[in-house]
Write a protein that binds this ligand. Structure first.
Ligand code: FES
Ligand code: FES
Length: 165
């Protein structure tokens, strides 16, 4: 961030594209820059305090709340947002499972849940139900239950294992 502080300009790598951010206040969060400067509106701002998971993104393959990351500190990191989950018009298997199980909820919680679940299944391909609940415990929904989301994760796990055998 040293250079960024001196020049008030820095670069971000988001979804394999490079962006020059200039003239920005250096206190801006990564979430703010993604949404308001880069037009990537998939990551949502619901609490801005690291409590709800709606702003979840991957930074160097680590799941983070983008509202808690200074954008200037993300220079040199690989950022992946919810916009990178689908391959063009081809939905990811997690997105398809959300549709198939009726797990899609509102636009605030769903993007963060999808990012979290992709990350979770990459390291735990055959999770127990309790592990799924633990994995999504940082993604808050104030409106409904989590049953169908758990079902969606289980469905992805089954489909991947069938595909790989
Ligand atoms: S907006 Fe970042 S955790 Fe809620
Ligand atoms: S916060 Fe999204 S459905 Fe409740």
């Amino acid at each position: 961030m040293g250079n960024a502080q001196e020049s008030n300009q820095y670069e971000l790598t988001v979804n394999d594209s490079r962006y020059v951010i200039s003239g920005a206040w250096l206190g801006e969060s990564l979430l703010y820059v993604l949404r308001e400067r880069l037009g990537l509106y998939g990551s949502k701002n619901a609490c801005e305090q690291g409590e709800c998971g709606s702003c979840s993104v991957m930074m160097d393959d680590v799941l983070v709340c983008s509202c808690l990351v200074l954008a200037a500190n993300a220079e040199g990191r690989e950022i992946k947002t919810i916009e990178s989950v689908a391959d063009g018009s081809q939905l990811s298997d997690v997105q398809e499972a959300f549709i198939d199980t009726g797990a899609i909820q509102c636009g605030f919680c769903t993007p963060g849940l999808l990012v979290t679940i992709h990350d979770f299944l990459a390291s735990n391909p055959e999770p127990e139900e309790s592990e799924i609940k633990e994995a999504i415990s940082g993604n808050l929904c104030r409106c409904t239950g989590y049953g169908r989301i758990v079902e969606a994760v289980q469905l992805v796990s089954i489909r991947r294992s069938e595909r790989d055998t």
